[in-house]
Design a protein around this ligand. Structure first.
Ligand SMILES: [Zn+2]
Length: 493
């Protein structure tokens, strides 16, 4: 039995979003609970599908004693403000100083950029190491979209990443870290560590494990691990980050360097060979996507899902663009349901107007691509407090909070507007307010791939649509200035 300190600090940073991410974004309850310290980790995170939750379950079963530090995660957004980064780190480090622990487990995302730190999580691990010294193992979990610099990979004794996108195995990844615990302890303070970095970026939607070649690449991992004894991970990277170490990596940890290298090379060769498969993914401009959806919906028994990937809040976008909505109206779509538009003003106006009332406009509010409002009048057809239990496996939760929420209708299009920004993961996003997503002819979702864990099974077809938005699906469109030389911004045929 060991005494293990546990904590987490997670953010997926889109450095192209101009606004800095402040502590408020970490403190707020939303799709998951807001920042917490100490015992609250046991009471508020137990049973959720998070890395730390899975780790706690399994480590407790194995008889380990857990010392709760602090945990905080914000929705993806712009670079983390320096003071916010310092606050998050300090919350973890303070209870660790002077504590006697045998190991530390930290749940990370792996794509956090803070002011002054391109790889903020590498800096956090450096500070944790400074506190606990060279002999206490540090373990952690990473998101599949981690942009891993060598310093991050080597800053821990073992990191293990999700293997599904949508991240249905988020909690399972934490559980795996706990299952690997004894092995990591046996490796001693200097395990073999291997790090490989791909020479190309993978667009976010293209890495979805419901699709190829991503599905097959992740499926290879358990067999390679069994053969080599290594803990092996493939990180797809998160393209909208203007840092040198953006993009896919393979990392491996093992008892010795040769085993770590062997495991990493096997997977890395497969990743390089898969480049052409990634390049073959097809996405439709918004006009084409809507025309296709209308035609397909006419003969479909289930909804045609149109993924508005370029306004996906899960990649840091504002979730208030109207390109897809305007196109649905322009092409006369019927039975269309779109969400989640982040528009606190329209939600408040709808609640003030009441059912049957009207709202002048929705969406917009910024000056970025696609952020012109959709003019009304929009009729208020449903209202809620935005609170529901979400059942999608990726982020199942008894208490999803969207804040005051409304459905606004114009012609054949209904739009769900909410007060707290998040992506539609759960079908209850719509059903809690009386809109059965299965009854929609066309379902427009501001999401890249996570929606698939809740919506793919009710969809006739999924179309990835390119409406104007702040999160260009094609990394070639991102104005990189600091990416390391020689990286292909999109996979080549
Ligand atoms: Zn991710």
């Amino acid at each position: 039995m060991s005494r293990i300190a546990i904590g987490g600090f997670l953010h997926e940073t889109n450095t192209f979003v101009p606004a800095l991410t402040t502590w408020e974004a970490f403190a707020q309850d939303g799709a998951w609970p807001g920042a917490m310290e100490g015992e609250a980790i046991f009471t508020r995170l137990a049973g959720l599908n998070l890395g730390i939750s899975g780790f706690m379950d399994e480590a407790t079963l194995r008889g380990h004693e857990l010392l709760p530090l602090a945990w905080a995660m914000a929705q993806p957004s712009g670079t983390v403000e320096r003071a916010t980064f310092e606050r998050g780190c300090e919350a973890i480090l303070k209870p660790l100083r002077g504590a006697r622990v045998d190991a530390v487990f930290i749940e990370l995302h792996g794509a956090m950029v803070a002011e002054g730190f391109d790889d903020a999580e590498a800096e956090l691990l450096r500070r944790v190491r400074e506190v606990v010294g060279p002999d206490v193992p540090i373990l952690g979990t990473l998101d599949l979209h981690a942009n891993v610099a060598r310093e991050l990979a080597e800053g821990a004794n073992m990191l293990t990443s999700y293997r599904t996108y949508p991240h249905t195995d988020w909690g399972l990844t934490g559980k795996r870290a706990a299952q690997l615990f004894d092995r990591v302890m046996a490796w001693g303070p200097r395990p073999g560590k291997a790090y490989r970095q791909a020479p190309f970026l993978v667009p976010v939607t293209t890495g979805c494990t419901f699709t190829e070649p991503s599905g097959s690449l992740y499926a290879m991992i358990p067999a390679i691990e069994a053969e080599t004894g290594a803990a092996l991970s493939l990180n797809m990277g998160f393209p909208p980050a203007d840092i040198p170490d953006v993009g896919p990596t393979v990392i491996a940890y093992a008892a010795d360097q040769a085993s770590a290298d062997r495991a990493a090379d096997r997977l890395f060769e497969a990743l390089l060979a898969a480049e052409g498969g990634f390049a073959r993914h097809r996405k439709l401009p918004v006009g084409e996507a809507v025309a296709h959806a209308i035609a397909a919906a006419a003969r479909a028994s289930k909804p045609i899902v149109v993924a508005d990937t370029q306004d996906n809040p899960g990649a840091g976008s504002p979730s208030n663009t109207t390109g897809l909505i305007l196109e649905l109206l322009a092409q006369g779509a019927r039975g269309a349901l779109v969400g989640i538009v982040h528009d606190p003003a329209a939600a408040a106006a709808a609640h003030a107007a009441g059912l049957g009332g009207s709202v002048a406009r929705l969406g917009g509010g910024g000056t970025g691509p696609g952020q012109q409002p959709a003019e009304g009048p929009w009729t208020v057809t449903a209202l809620s407090d935005g609170r529901f239990a979400g059942t999608a496996p990726m982020l199942r939760s008894d208490t999803v909070e969207m804040g005051p929420t409304a459905v606004l209708a114009k012609e054949g299009v209904e739009v769900l507007v909410a007060t707290i920004r998040q992506q539609p993961i759960h079908r209850e996003t719509f059903s809690h307010i009386g809109r059965d997503p299965r009854a929609a002819k066309i379902l427009g979702l501001k999401s890249s791939a996570h929606f698939r864990a809740g919506f793919q099974e009710i969809a006739e077809e999924v179309v990835v649509c390119l409406a104007p938005g702040e999160n260009p699906e094609d990394p070639e469109a991102l104005p990189f200035t600091r990416i390391r030389p020689g990286v292909r911004r999109r996979p080549a045929w």
